[in-house]
Design a protein around this ligand. Structure first.
Ligand code: NOJ
Length: 606
């Protein structure tokens, strides 16, 4: 038996590895061996078993933009199958595929009109089965998106609800009578404009937190919940590995409060505190888990912003509602937009402090899913680095920031080759209804068209949805036909084929990052090791240590374009380095601009 003590704020957590079992012994003062032995024998120990999903390293696919196989300019499932070898070689072992269900595509698939069928745009249910099977042959688990806060306005349930708002299906949605022709309250939709839409001339309105093509479901209705559970179990029976669960923090709403303070001349306001993580949601989350996920021991990854530290056990603890959640603590930082504009260094330090605080709170209790990019945000080099600072070294230090944190790492398509966004000259070049809703709100707030377009260019999520850049061929090797959304004009120089041929490319470095994360010599430490922040008062470094059973792995990243010196001496073997040579001065590391290294501490470098 080997042991390790993880020091957290005011307590210690003792973790033991015993053969194939990780046993979490609970929180105790002190952590010496005698105490551990005594604690071991207590009956009330909390048993945190190793789970099959603990070693996952994920890759997110936005299917519309990944690979087209039938030359209609839209990515599809056979296209994903064609690229499975690439994904296997990259080294990941889990794929999250964004929604491919039947949909009018008002929100690019997050508006589902039939939960049981793949949309013909993406292929067939058979294609999906083939993808799951072929991925499995390569050791890759496929998880699907689960969108159950809302459906499409073209879902048969909703069509029926509109026909008879007081009938059975009217109860499936959040439908209320308006007041003198006005909506029931002044909530603003998350995508701009009112969150309520009239149902014809009926005097009724339905709630949609997202686009008006996405009516919110009424989770207070048990009949609806049962239908959803049945649908979920159907997919699990088919063999998928689990779900990424969309917008689940919003399923419970409190409509009793009336209007919220207006935040714009249109009189609408932000009602978030009445529809995110509302009291009472826990009962639904528990019921959902017990009736579905738990029965299949599947992997669940939920989109839940703002879980307080005190609630982490309930969400991602041993008996939590989910296996893991995305933490949003770095998502609101963008040096091209808002409060951080022009303050890149300060911004990265602020992110460091937030991420480390969350690590300290979470480590030993559960798993976060760590990520930098997804389909809802601009690309990471654009958010974290000035254009003039974007080079191999600065781009390659980015994955090192998060890959070795405690939790499950996720890569978003194109991140591994350093894809970026690009400015558009006119709004017509955008495609997402959410973009237009937000643009209209900017104009309504008094911005000029030019200023609004500038803000859209700096911050809009569509930048991450351009076609995957596979090669320098026309349309970037994504399709032979004109893609549904224009390629980044920079694709001839930034593409997979080119980077595969260059051993010094970002792609090749990314593979090393993933390989080290999955290397069996270190994997236990990455997964179960403690987290300790290092050099916390440094104004340049992002450093931390992961340790388990005497193995200490240390990460040092220089967040600046200037040399940075560690305060303490560092001794050990270098496991990863984006420069290939590491300078030291009196035992301290002298990191070059944007240098990122991983060191196995305690041994002299060979
Ligand atoms: C979160 C998804 O990631 C986003 O793309 C979508 O628009 C909303 N949820 C609504 O489903």
């Amino acid at each position: 038996m080997v042991g390790a003590c993880i020091r957290q704020k005011k307590r210690k957590v003792c973790v033991f590895l015993q053969k194939e079992r990780l046993v979490f012994l609970g929180r105790k003062k002190g952590c010496d061996t005698a105490r551990q032995e005594r604690f071991w024998k207590r009956e009330d120990i909390c048993d945190m078993r190793k789970k099959w999903w603990h070693d996952l390293v994920g890759y997110q696919i936005y299917p519309k933009s990944f690979q087209d196989s039938n030359e209609d300019g839209i990515g599809d499932i056979p296209g994903i199958i064609r690229r499975l070898d690439y994904l296997q070689e990259l080294g990941i072992n889990m794929l999250w595929v964004c929604p491919v269900y039947r949909s009018p595509m008002m929100d690019h698939g997050y508006d589902i009109s039939d939960y049981t069928q793949v949309d013909p745009m993406f292929g067939t249910n058979r294609d999906l089965e083939e993808l799951i099977r072929k991925a499995k042959e390569r050791g890759i688990t496929v998880i699907m998106d689960l969108v159950i806060n809302h459906t499409s306005s073209e879902h048969p349930w909703f069509l029926e609800a509109c026909r008879d708002p007081e009938g059975k299906y009217g109860q499936y949605y959040i439908i209320r009578k308006g007041k003198e022709g006005q909506p029931p309250n002044n909530w603003r939709s998350l995508f701009g404009g009112s969150a309520w839409e009239p149902i014809g001339e009926s005097g009724y309105f339905y709630l949609h937190l997202f686009t008006k093509g996405q009516p919110d479901l009424n989770w207070d209705n048990e009949a609806l919940r049962r239908e959803l559970y049945q649908m979920i179990n159907g997919w699990l029976e088919m063999g998928i590995g689990g779900f990424r669960i969309d917008a689940i923090a919003h399923i419970k709403k409190d409509l009793s409060g009336g209007n919220v303070p207006a935040d714009g001349p249109d009189g609408l306001g932000n009602g978030m505190r009445f529809f995110r993580n509302m009291e009472g949601i826990e009962a639904y989350l528990q019921e959902l888990k017990e009736n579905t996920f738990q029965r299949y021991d599947c992997f669940t990854l939920a989109e839940v912003d703002d879980i307080p530290d005190s609630r982490l056990d309930a969400y991602i603890g041993e008996d939590g509602y989910y296996c893991t959640v995305f933490d949003f603590c770095h998502c609101h930082h963008n040096l091209r937009d808002g409060e951080w504009e022009g303050r890149g260094e300060e911004m990265l330090l602020d992110i460091r402090d937030r991420v480390f605080a969350r690590q300290k709170a979470m480590c030993g209790r559960g798993f976060f899913c760590n990520y930098q990019e997804n389909h809802d945000m601009t690309r990471i080099p654009d958010r974290f680095l000035k254009k003039e600072d974007q080079n191999f070294y600065s781009m390659s230090m980015l994955p090192v920031l998060y890959f070795y944190l405690a939790g499950i790492p996720m890569v978003y398509q194109g991140q591994e080759i350093g894809m970026t966004g690009f400015d558009r000259n006119s709004m017509e070049e955008y495609a997402d209804p959410a973009t237009f809703g937000i643009y209209r709100d900017y104009l309504m707030q008094g911005m000029t068209e030019e200023a609004a377009l500038h803000k859209i260019n700096a911050s809009i999520r569509e930048h991450s949805r351009t076609p995957m850049q596979w090669s320098g061929e026309k349309y970037a090797g994504f399709s032979q036909s004109e893609p549904w959304f224009a390629c980044n004009p920079g694709y001839p120089s930034c593409n997979v084929e080119r980077q595969q041929a260059d051993e010094n490319s970002l792609l090749c470095f990314f593979k090393k990052v993933i390989a080290l994360r999955r290397n069996s010599d270190y994997q236990e430490t990455w997964i179960y090791g403690s987290f300790t922040a290092l050099e916390e008062d440094s104004a340049q470094l992002w450093s931390f240590e992961r340790s388990l059973a005497g193995q200490r792995l240390q990460i040092f990243v220089n967040l600046t374009g200037r040399e940075a010196l560690t305060k303490s001496e560092v001794h050990g073997t270098v496991l990863l380095d984006n420069y290939g040579e590491l300078a030291e001065a009196d035992g301290r590391l002298a990191l070059k601009a944007w240098q990122a290294v991983v060191v196995k501490a305690g041994e002299q470098q060979e």
